[in-house]
Design a protein around this ligand. Structure first.
Ligand code: PEP
Ligand code: MN
Length: 340
């Protein structure tokens, strides 16, 4: 249930509603917008009569939300959520540019790529220290050592760092180094992991699961939001279909669909969608044109020697040219690409 207050409702009135919601066994989530305050009453609301709120003079209206996700829905918050992380924006007029290698492979490698992508205009660094590999014999990531190199790369460039968390047991460790926690496609429905990052006061990139519907993806975001963390960035990274020509099928329609259903920023990862470096630029262009709030792109000095995802990684030397061409697409839709 969503309770929309009249403009000018006081803090005391907000508190009174909060208490009333709690007395019905529901939890209250308050969203103060530019014009009015909206309060979400979350929980089993079937036995709660909307009249108990409608009768209050400072309440404008009460809506029952029929969608299974609530806090992340547009009904709960009309305005787009814009996140600012160490001065770098995601959402609004900025297309964030998150770039870096699939895996952190070493200190020189990470700091070297970071310098190059920063010079080309990236706004965030990426790099996996814990890697979800299909084969247990494939490179699994450097773990804490990799996190330390990411921190050194941040130190050298000033760029905030996004890195994947795979296991709730590593949450304190990863949170100590990361500015943004990435939940990978394979863990989109690891509900314990979602609950734990929901308790963390850090932004989370939630990738779409390999075979997840949009509603399932938003329900996973709701897990995080319902624990109190609304700093969520949704990432479309391609879904599993019958098509074999690409690693996954990039669902460009998911971008405007999700932006319509949810107030959260939506970014695209063309690298994992395509699986092929030649497709990264056209899919990025399509994502920006479709309204994406950011791109996550894999970059490597020597993709042919990469320990993971080489075939889809742009060469650091080619990255700058791609960014300058994509910046024109961003400008054409009234946005700027990369560092703010
Ligand atoms: C990654 O970002 O390197 C990754 C493993 O992505 P995904 O979870 O989308 O497969
Ligand atoms: Mn990868």
């Amino acid at each position: 249930m969503i309770i929309v207050l009249k403009a000018g409702a006081t803090d005391r009135e907000i508190r009174l509603i909060e208490e009333k919601i709690k007395s019905h066994g529901l939890s209250a989530h308050i969203s103060k917008g530019t014009e009015r305050t909206i309060i979400g009453a979350i929980g089993d609301e079937r036995h709660v009569d909307p009249g108990v709120f409608e009768g209050l003079e400072y309440v404008e209206k009460v809506l029952r939300i029929l969608k299974p996700y609530k806090l992340v829905s547009r009904d709960f918050r009309k305005e787009d959520t814009i996140l600012t992380i160490r001065g770098q924006q995601i959402g609004g007029g900025t297309v964030a540019l998150i770039a870096g290698p699939c895996s952190v492979e070493g200190r020189e490698m990470m700091v070297g790529i970071a310098g190059k992508v920063a010079a080309a205009g990236a706004s965030f660094l990426r790099g996996g220290a814990f890697k979800p590999r299909t084969s247990p014999y494939a490179f699994q990531g450097l773990g804490e050592e990799g996190l330390r190199y990411l921190a050194e790369a941040r130190e050298a460039t000033g760029l905030p760092v996004a890195t994947e968390l795979m296991d709730p047991r590593d949450i304190e460790l990863v949170a100590r180094y990361a500015d943004v926690i990435q939940i990978g496609a394979r863990n989109m429905q690891n509900f314990r992991l979602l609950t734990e990052v929901g308790k963390l006061g850090k932004p989370v990139i939630l990738k779409r699961g390999l075979s997840a519907t949009i509603v399932e993806w938003l329900m996973s975001a709701e897990y995080i939001a319902s624990e109190g963390n609304q700093q969520i960035i949704l990432c479309e990274r391609g879904i599993r279909t019958y098509e074999q020509a690409t690693r996954n099928t990039f669902d460009v329609s998911a971008i405007p669909v999700v932006k319509d259903l949810s107030h959260l920023p939506v970014i695209a990862d063309p690298s994992h969608a395509a699986g092929k470096v030649s497709l990264v630029e056209p899919l990025s262009a399509a994502a920006i044109a479709a309204g994406a709030d950011g791109l996550m792109i894999e970059v490597h000095q020597q993709p042919e020697t990469a320990l993971s995802d080489g075939p889809q990684s742009l060469k650091t030397d080619d990255f700058r040219g791609v960014v300058s061409r994509l910046a024109k697409i961003a400008n054409a839709v009234g946005k700027t690409l990369g560092r703010t």
